[in-house]
Design a binder for this molecule. Structure first.
Ligand code: 3HC
Length: 312
């Protein structure tokens, strides 16, 4: 591919939501330039605002100098046309967890970018092989699964699909390291390594709550204080987003047909009621609009140890 891994590259990010925006921040922080395409204008503006806010926090906490923060923001361009992704050496897709929508976008990207551009998906569980089948050179397609919040979490799963080339994997591994994160190699099976382990645990907590075995606070305290997890499982569900988790469960269940992956009825009902977790203001807990504020009706979820300290 003729790229020098030590040099900054132009990275396209497709989707400016919580994950896409977080990826853009982490990539720009490492000195690469970011071409972010978010088709919805309002969402694009919200993404730019979230970046400013996050960088502002890093500056005020002394993690970044003011000038470094401004330079980071300056490295992120918000595209109005997807055609401009053609300039990127690597495009990371971070759009909705829906196979058809992703396949459509991979087809479109295949027409936009040159053959030398690598195409990665940040999917949590959708088979990379299905996305690779939508492009003319599947050797350049792989999964790069980031964890939330992306600027903080130090792991990226590097997913090898059936046709991913060794050169693509090598480049991707070095790119992940350039972000100051650790790559781990995983095969293209639903859930990869982390979600295959994490989702049954989270769903067991949802079932425990659904069965009224214990309160949400005690379930969360159990794992936060008893096992040293930064967040209890129900807080973590809210943090990830119940819609995202539901899609991951469905994908895992479809792949393995094991009941531990099946989404519990309560999760489905909460989705139907629009209780998506932190992003919608209500999930297993209640949230105020501002990050950091607590709006639990009984105040019981205010403990930092129980809730991970923010927003619950
Ligand atoms: N964006 C940027 N930075 C953030 C942030 C955000 N959304 N949230 C927290 N931070 C930073 C803070 O600035 C702080 O940085 P500093 O220590 O350098 O000042 C640091 O993270 C710690 O933040 P706080 O002290 O405010 O809060 P906590 O110590 O409670 O940590 C947390 C917050 C990092 C979110 C921690 O609770 C945690 O690690 N939770 C678990 C997260 C987790 O499990 N993520 C994986 C989810 S699974 C997934 O993403 C896969 C998907 O496919 C489902």
């Amino acid at each position: 591919m003729g790229r020098s891994e030590s040099e900054p590259i132009a990275v396209g990010v497709l989707g400016g939501g919580f994950m896409g925006g977080g990826i853009a921040e982490a990539v720009a922080r490492a000195g690469h330039s970011v071409l972010l395409y978010e088709p919805v204008a309002d969402a694009r503006a919200a993404s730019a605002q979230r970046l400013r806010k996050s960088v502002g926090r890093a500056v005020s906490s002394g993690k970044l100098a003011y000038g470094q923060g401004e330079a980071l923001i300056g490295r992120v361009s918000y595209l109005e046309s997807a055609e401009d992704l053609a300039e990127a050496a690597l495009v990371i897709e971070a759009i909705v967890e829906d196979l058809e929508v992703k396949v459509d976008w991979f087809r479109r990207l295949d027409r936009i970018v040159p053959e030398s551009t690598l195409l990665a998906s940040n999917t949590s569980s959708i088979p990379i092989a299905g996305l690779a089948s939508a492009v003319s050179c599947p050797g350049r397609v792989l999964g790069l699964h980031f964890f939330s919040p992306v600027p903080v979490m130090r792991l990226v799963e590097v997913v090898k699909a059936l046709d991913t080339s060794p050169e693509t994997l090598r480049f991707a591994g070095e790119f992940v390291e350039s972000l100051g994160k650790q790559p781990i190699a995983t095969k293209d099976r639903s859930g990869f390594i982390v979600n295959m382990l994490l989702v049954p645990y989270l769903m067991a907590a949802v079932r425990m709550f659904e069965d009224e075995f214990a309160t949400r606070e005690d379930i969360d305290k159990g794992m936060a204080l008893g096992c040293g997890h930064p967040m209890g499982p129900l807080t973590l569900c809210d943090f990830i987003g119940l819609d995202v988790l539901y899609a991951v469960c469905q994908s895992l269940y479809e792949e393995f047909k094991q009941t531990e992956y099946a989404p519990p009825p309560l999760l489905k009902r909460m989705l139907a009621a629009g209780r998506l977790g932190r992003k919608s203001g209500r999930g297993f807990y209640e949230y105020a609009a501002e990050r950091g504020a607590t709006a639990s009706p009984d105040g019981a979820a205010r403990s930092r140890a129980t809730t991970g300290g923010r927003g619950v």
